[in-house]
Design a protein around this ligand. Structure first.
Ligand SMILES: *[C@@H]1O[C@H](CO)[C@@H](O)[C@H](O)[C@H]1NC(C)=O
Ligand SMILES: *[C@@H]1O[C@H](CO)[C@@H](O)[C@H](O)[C@H]1NC(C)=O
Ligand SMILES: *[C@@H]1O[C@H](CO)[C@@H](O)[C@H](O)[C@H]1NC(C)=O
Ligand SMILES: *[C@@H]1O[C@H](CO)[C@@H](O)[C@H](O)[C@H]1NC(C)=O
Ligand SMILES: *[C@@H]1O[C@H](CO)[C@@H](O)[C@H](O)[C@H]1NC(C)=O
Ligand SMILES: *[C@@H]1O[C@H](CO)[C@@H](O)[C@H](O)[C@H]1NC(C)=O
Ligand SMILES: *[C@@H]1O[C@H](CO)[C@@H](O)[C@H](O)[C@H]1NC(C)=O
Ligand SMILES: *[C@@H]1O[C@H](CO)[C@@H](O)[C@H](O)[C@H]1NC(C)=O
Ligand SMILES: CC(=O)N[C@H]1CO[C@H](CO)[C@@H](O)[C@@H]1O
Length: 440
């Protein structure tokens, strides 16, 4: 009766993942309340006994449910328990129905739509495809390094005040980290002449990245307390949040438990980080490929409310738009363009002058950036692009008409979501000793 055993196991697993995977909302015992009142207790005990030492199993179990529901079976989240087991399992159907991790945006969308799932479902579930969503947790180091978050916060509070542009740089650092190979600290790795690797740091989008020595300083302080415990990827995420808080910006939850990657590749940085010259469709595609939607795009662009940039990120808009020498970007307010040309980036070759992204308010986390974007005074083409889609433009209008409190809350949610991109957890990756080099 191997088959019967398999079905039983599967029943257990299916309910079990409901308990482990709280991201689906709570699953109640009602379905089996009469016929098998002990069912959930038995399962819960089993999980409590076997899962704590095997966190990757939790993700694997979640993923198992994903695979099952896609191959055979109807909608499942409205019916917490009471699924019945299929009697057919067919390898070629699995191949045809389960979107491979190599899927591009359009094939993912088609695949999910064929199962009646919308883009929101895609985004929710893509954390599971990445096999790790469930494993980040608040205060992951509570037992292994209880002082870690406090040490990081103290370090930031000591060094960031009066340096709001560094806060912005540290926020940008997390964005660059998460968009390439997931939030795994790969952006921090140095070029090594021995492996001849061109790391992300060396790639063009990284040439103006700052904050590496700051991260090294934080890591040193944390290592002094608990060597080899806290990942550089988590430090990047916590530092970004704490730096924004110090500038008077919002606080958001930073679940931790990320592990550090061992690979950093310059051409991947070029391919994955949307440049400031991006138009709307490339921004949308880029964010969607990371499981982020248009709302996230608008909210995360709001990070431009603090910090500075350098001329090369936008001077083609002033001097050489679409490669036509002397042409200005018509979507940029012409008075602002003239001002930039005469007072800031006086030539297209200027690569040293610093320009505030939210002039007059670049040290303050507020709604002013969005107001400027609506006035065609966003510094980058990627800022202007947000007004070329009715959807994103309406999000901006809502933000501008809403309260700062509302923006802060939504920005924090988007940051938390970004912080989950393709994270490595469990036994994946490593905990680097030095953030700039992989362990031997
Ligand atoms: C599996 O599915 C394929 C495609 O739907 C079908 O052609 C094949 O007959 C099925 N195999 C079995 C064993 O049911
Ligand atoms: C997405 O992938 C599918 C299947 O591999 C392919 O047919 C399609 O051309 C791809 N689309 C894009 C935009 O790359
Ligand atoms: C350098 O490249 C090699 C070969 O691709 C890879 O094994 C190694 O992990 C890379 N190191 C870094 C720091 O990216
Ligand atoms: C970096 O990534 C590119 C594109 O994915 C790949 O062709 C190249 O081999 C990688 N380089 C290293 C050193 O791994
Ligand atoms: C947006 O930019 C991409 C990449 O540069 C380009 O291929 C595409 O044609 C552009 N789309 C529009 C609508 O301009
Ligand atoms: C203007 O843009 C074109 C196309 O990108 C480029 O080939 C040219 O070198 C640029 N001109 C200057 C002066 O930078
Ligand atoms: C900045 O411009 C100067 C002069 O054009 C050049 O020598 C230097 O290499 C440039 N620096 C960078 C980082 O591109
Ligand atoms: C990484 O490179 C920077 C310079 O780019 C250097 O200051 C730092 O010491 C290097 N870190 C390690 C651990 O080699
Ligand atoms: C921080 C960092 O590594 N920046 C690098 C960016 O790329 C330039 C040119 O490739 C390097 O010289 C920088 O060191």
């Amino acid at each position: 009766m191997a088959k019967f055993g398999d079905l039983c196991n599967f029943l257990v697993l299916c309910i079990l993942v409901g308990i482990v995977g709280s991201s689906y909302g709570s699953i109640t015992a009602q379905f089996y309340a009469k016929r098998c009142p002990q069912a959930e207790k038995i399962i819960e005990d089993y999980v409590q006994k076997h899962i704590p030492n095997a966190p990757t199993l939790a993700a694997a179990l979640l993923r198992l449910q994903f695979h099952d529901c896609f191959v055979r079976g109807g909608p499942y989240w409205n019916v917490p328990t009471g699924r019945r087991d299929g009697r057919i399992s067919n390898a070629s159907e699995a191949l045809a129905n389960i979107p491979p991790p190599t899927s591009n945006f359009s094939s993912l969308q088609t695949s999910f739509a064929s199962k009646g799932l919308d883009l929101k479902g895609l985004v929710l579930l893509s954390g599971i495809v990445g096999c790790s969503h469930a494993q980040l947790q608040l205060n992951f180091y509570a037992k292994s390094c209880p002082q870690a978050e406090k040490i990081i916060e103290d370090y930031v509070q000591k060094h960031i005040p009066n340096a709001p542009s560094l806060a912005a740089a540290l926020l940008r650092l997390q964005f660059h980290d998460c968009f390439v190979r997931g939030c795994d600290g790969s952006v921090l790795l140095n070029f090594t002449s021995s492996t001849k690797n061109q790391t992300e740091k060396v790639a063009v989008p990284n040439q103006t990245l700052k904050g590496f020595s700051f991260i090294d300083g934080v890591k040193k302080a944390v290592e002094a307390e608990c060597p080899g415990v806290v990942s550089c990827a988590d430090i990047v995420a916590l530092v970004a949040r704490d730096s924004v808080v110090v500038t008077g910006g919002p606080y958001w939850n930073v679940p931790t438990g990320r592990r550090d990657g061992r690979i950093s590749n310059a051409s991947e940085a070029l391919a994955n980080i949307p440049p400031p010259t991006s138009n709307f469709s490339s921004l949308q595609t880029s964010f969607a490929s990371k499981g982020l939607d248009l709302k996230d795009l608008v909210l995360l662009s709001g990070a431009h409310t603090i910090g500075v940039s350098h001329c090369p990120s936008f001077s083609s808009r002033l001097y050489n738009f679409t490669g036509v020498w002397g042409k200005e970007d018509p979507s940029l307010d012409s008075e602002y363009a003239t001002n930039l040309k005469t007072k800031k980036c006086k030539s297209i070759n200027d690569n040293t002058t610093i320009v505030e992204m939210d002039p007059g308010s670049a040290g303050k986390f507020d709604l002013s950036y969005f107001k400027l974007v609506l006035k065609r005074k966003g510094l980058f083409q990627s800022d202007a692009a947000l007004t070329t889609s009715a959807t994103t433009k309406s999000y901006i209008n809502q933000l501008v008409q809403g309260s700062l409190k509302q923006f802060n809350a939504e920005f924090g949610q988007a940051m938390e979501k970004m912080g989950r991109i393709e994270v490595k957890t469990g036994s994946a990756g490593e905990i680097r000793k030095h953030c700039a080099v992989v362990n031997n």
